[in-house]
Design a protein around this ligand. Structure first.
Ligand SMILES: [Zn+2]
Length: 152
């Protein structure tokens, strides 16, 4: 859907550092554009879907294995203390294109921001320092290679 940020990124109408990392079963994986740190991935349906309940049965069946795989890839690349998987998709109080945020959280990030969980995400948004595009490109390339390879 034109004018939807998520659709415009996937459809190539907006620049997407790192490009598409993986595409499968109606889902697409990209690096997060926001300030949630290097290695944070977005897992979203290619279709413009704004409620999890509106996913098709096939999309829903693919969702678990994709989130699991995404968690494994970021675990391998970032050695995090925990991987958060969240879905808010409520921009300005309006339901938006659903996208799971798969965020590797390191002890270093928790110490830097003095928080964990939702408070860490809020602190990172307040700090608003997205990772540099070249670091995102590099991470995306490693993630692409790992996705098809033998991650644990
Ligand atoms: Zn959309």
């Amino acid at each position: 859907m034109e004018g939807c940020f998520a659709c415009d990124l996937t459809g190539g109408r907006l620049p997407l550092p790192g490009g598409t990392i993986h595409r499968e079963a109606g889902w697409v994986v990209e690096h997060c554009l926001g300030p949630l740190g290097i290695g944070t991935l977005i897992v979203k349906p290619e279709r413009h879907v704004v409620h999890v309940a509106d996913l098709t049965d096939d999309e829903a069946t693919a969702m678990g294995p994709l989130l699991h795989r995404a968690a494994r890839v970021v675990t391998e690349l970032c050695d995090p203390d925990q991987v958060y998987i969240s879905l808010w998709s409520h921009a300005g109080g309006v339901p938006g294109h659903i996208h799971y945020v798969v965020q590797p959280v390191t002890k270093d990030a928790m110490e830097r921001h003095g928080a964990h969980g939702p408070k860490l995400q809020m602190a990172m948004f307040e700090h608003d320092a997205p990772p540099p595009a070249d670091a995102v490109e590099e991470f995306a390339e490693l993630a692409r290679r790992l996705w098809g390879g033998s991650v644990r």
